[in-house]
Design a protein around this ligand. Structure first.
Ligand code: GLU
Length: 423
């Protein structure tokens, strides 16, 4: 273990990614010399985004687009609006996209973007100006065949609509395929908004079958009640599980007999957070980690599961709806205790999978029904879980390392066959 990169709560997201990459090196055979290609991003653009605020003042925000790897196709990955966005985080998120698209065998590389901003503090007009200026600044490196942004934490279909419109204005014609996660009437795909949460549920069902965990009556705790956490909670609830606690930026709520997830979704739409929801008890945020539970779904931000929290967690299964929620040393601690972790690069890949479907539909200008989309999504995710599970069993490694083995083999094979220019 000592020769592996060190990553815990004192280190950053990129170091977490490097530690995960280190763990795959022994399994890559003659592809190993190419692994260094994944230890640095191919291209990183930092932009200044000045906007005129509603009060007439001018504010500057820092924005990024990082293309981590393009060996298997155009860059793909979301745009994050959050006060803690920085180059290090966007680099890590872009690298996780490289791995994620390759595990699902989607014909994309990995990219990510973001702006260091608290979108809750901007008016709708300010948010639109920020989005349009940011899109203009990154437009030299994005495009339907170059790099295709999508929503992430703090962004949504409306923002994707503005991005598409801004890019199209620059091109002189409508280019729907430049971003995914758009509103449906602007070339978006049915099922995209709920796809990530659906994928978390589908991979969870598959993993539960493998470890003999019955969903009926099982206790689920969800951290984050945005796009991903709320849909996953809803689907687990529908399947007979009890969602006993939910945590978001406003606090943590607990109900031993299970929360009414539909009512909670309605409440959060009106109140912007779970705090104050009736029929539930408010508990301390840190107390969430000690709750009695079968399934834990981190669906908020990275760096949540530390070694200390891993040791307290009673869950049998962790479904990583968020990107990078578990530090590598905490990963090891959970595995040592027999906890099954379905890693982010497969667990939350439902979103980018339906983004792929959206891109294909935009290219063909021919749109599919929601049933077709969900059916294709479920099939891809179920097969990917089976592949990852079989690889883990065969190699005697964690599901995360197994996912990285499958992904790195695909990426580095492409790298090797394309050759290093100029040769
Ligand atoms: N931001 C999402 C992710 O982390 C979706 C990316 C996409 O659809 O391209 O996977």
């Amino acid at each position: 273990m000592s020769n592996l990169s060190y990553a815990n709560e004192n280190t950053n997201a990129w170091q977490t990614y490097l530690a995960q990459i280190d763990r795959v090196a022994p399994y890559l055979g003659d592809l190993t010399p190419y692994l260094d290609t994944l230890k640095r991003p191919k291209r990183a653009l930092i932009v200044d985004v000045p906007i005129v605020m509603d009060d007439g003042s001018i504010q500057h925000f820092e924005g990024y687009r990082v293309q981590h790897n393009l060996s298997r196709g155009p860059g793909k990955g979301g745009i994050r609006y959050h006060p803690s966005v920085d180059l290090n985080e966007v680099m890590a998120l872009s690298a996780w996209m490289t791995i994620k698209t390759a595990v699902l065998n989607l014909p994309f590389g990995g990219a990510k973007g973001g702006v260091r901003v608290d979108p809750r503090k901007l008016s709708t007009r300010e948010l639109e100006r920020l989005t349009r200026r940011f899109t203009t600044e990154i437009s030299p490196i994005i495009g339907p065949q170059k790099d295709i942004p999508a929503p992430d934490v703090g962004t949504n279909p409306n923002i994707m609509g503005w991005m598409m419109d801004t890019y199209s204005t620059g091109q002189g014609h409508t280019v729907t395929g430049v971003v995914t996660g758009k509103p449906v009437h602007l070339g978006g795909s049915l099922g995209r908004v709920r796809a990530t949460g659906r994928g978390v549920f589908v991979t969870g069902v598959e993993a539960a079958k493998k470890i003999g965990l019955s969903l009926e009556g099982s206790k689920v705790v969800v951290q984050g009640f945005g796009n991903v956490g709320s849909e996953a909670a809803y689907l687990f609830n529908q399947a007979g599980a009890k969602v006993v606690a939910v945590q978001d930026h406003t606090g943590t709520i607990f109900a031993a007999n299970g929360l009414d997830v539909k009512a909670l979704q309605k409440y959060v739409a009106e109140h912007q957070g779970v705090a104050g929801f009736s029929d539930a008890e408010a508990i301390d945020n840190e107390a969430m980690w000690d709750l009695d539970m079968d399934i834990f779904v981190p669906a908020a931000l990275e760096g949540q599961i530390t070694v200390a929290r891993a040791e307290r967690l009673t869950a049998k299964m962790v479904l990583e709806g968020a990107n990078g929620p578990t530090y590598p040393e905490a990963d090891d601690a959970l595995i040592a205790r027999g906890v099954t972790i379905v890693p982010d690069v497969i667990c939350n890949a439902g979103g980018v999978t339906v983004s792929y479907f959206e891109w294909v539909q935009d290219m063909a200008s021919y749109f599919w029904s929601e049933d077709e989309i969900n059916e294709r999504l479920d099939k891809l995710m179920i097969n990917a879980v089976a592949d990852v599970w079989n690889t883990a069993t065969e190699k005697g490694c964690s599901l995360r390392t197994a996912a990285y083995i499958l992904a790195c083999e695909r990426i580095l094979k492409a790298r090797k066959e394309r050759g290093i220019f100029p040769g």
